[in-house]
Design a protein around this ligand. Structure first.
Ligand code: C5P
Length: 236
């Protein structure tokens, strides 16, 4: 095991729902056991910064997952806007290319927000990336985009647990790896393809794991989050 494998991995719970009241009810139920929450396109498109501000008021850390993919000037300003509403972390698509990534990195440093790059969505398998013109394995494409993001000055990437090892080796122990597609043993995969258990992602060296449906759709979200936390702390 590498020394990364000995470190605990942080849990980010995804608030993929329509109503801020439902999101904040879950946050209150989970209490101090979860520090980080992800606000994504579903909630943000309907209600804007409201939930981000409420989470910050509750002392939480916020990952604003809007996956910016636009021209460099627009993305740089979007990163500034994410910081202005209080987000601690946001992301851009690595496929936006070197100029966009470098501008996003600069804007993130200036605004004091962690900006990471999405490599290949965890819902995509080999046939899906072939369909969009990438004639390579998902792992090779993730590595290519992670190295590009690092070279452009970004501090980390979003990748699946299956690519953590190669990306760590290429980009180093300080690189932030945010890993969705996490499924506790026995949980439904849904639309996710490149998946792993929380304990597997921790052992591989994830910095953060992002978990949505397995927590918010659970009969007992508190117990599920607690079990995931124990796995991430290496007690599972
Ligand atoms: O419900 P589930 O655990 O699959 O949620 C995963 C979350 O992570 C979703 O909010 C999804 O948008 C996000 N995500 C992802 N794959 C990426 C980047 C973000 O699944 N590459």
């Amino acid at each position: 095991m590498s020394d990364m494998a000995e470190r605990s991995t942080q849990l980010i719970v995804a608030l993929d729902m329509d109503a801020p009241q439902d999101a904040l009810r879950l946050v209150r139920r989970l209490g101090p056991s979860v520090d980080w929450y992800k606000v994504g396109n579903q909630l943000f498109t309907r209600h804007g910064p409201e939930t981000v501000r409420a989470l910050k008021g509750m002392g939480k850390q916020v990952f604003l997952d809007l996956k910016f993919h636009d021209i460099p000037n627009t993305v740089a300003h979007a990163v500034g806007s994410a910081a202005a509403i209080g987000a601690d972390m946001t992301n851009v698509h690595a496929g936006g290319g070197p100029a966009m990534l470098a501008e996003a990195a600069r804007a993130g440093r200036e605004a004091g927000i962690l900006v990471i790059a999405v490599t290949v969505l965890t819902s995509m398998g080999p046939a899906d990336i072939q369909a969009v013109g990438v004639h390579d394995t998902p792992e090779a494409q993730v590595l290519r985009l992670a190295s590009l993001a690092r070279d452009c000055g970004l501090p980390g990437v979003v990748c699946s647990a299956l690519e953590i090892g190669p990306v760590r080796r290429a980009c180093g122990n300080g690189f932030v790896l945010v890993v969705p597609g996490i499924r506790p043993a026995g949980a439904a995969a849904g639309d996710q393809v490149r998946i792993m258990t929380p304990g597997g992602a921790r052992a591989a060296g994830a910095t953060f794991v992002v978990v949505g449906r397995p927590v918010y759709a659970a009969a007992d979200p508190e117990a599920t989050a607690r079990t995931i936390r124990e796995e991430l702390d290496g007690k599972g």
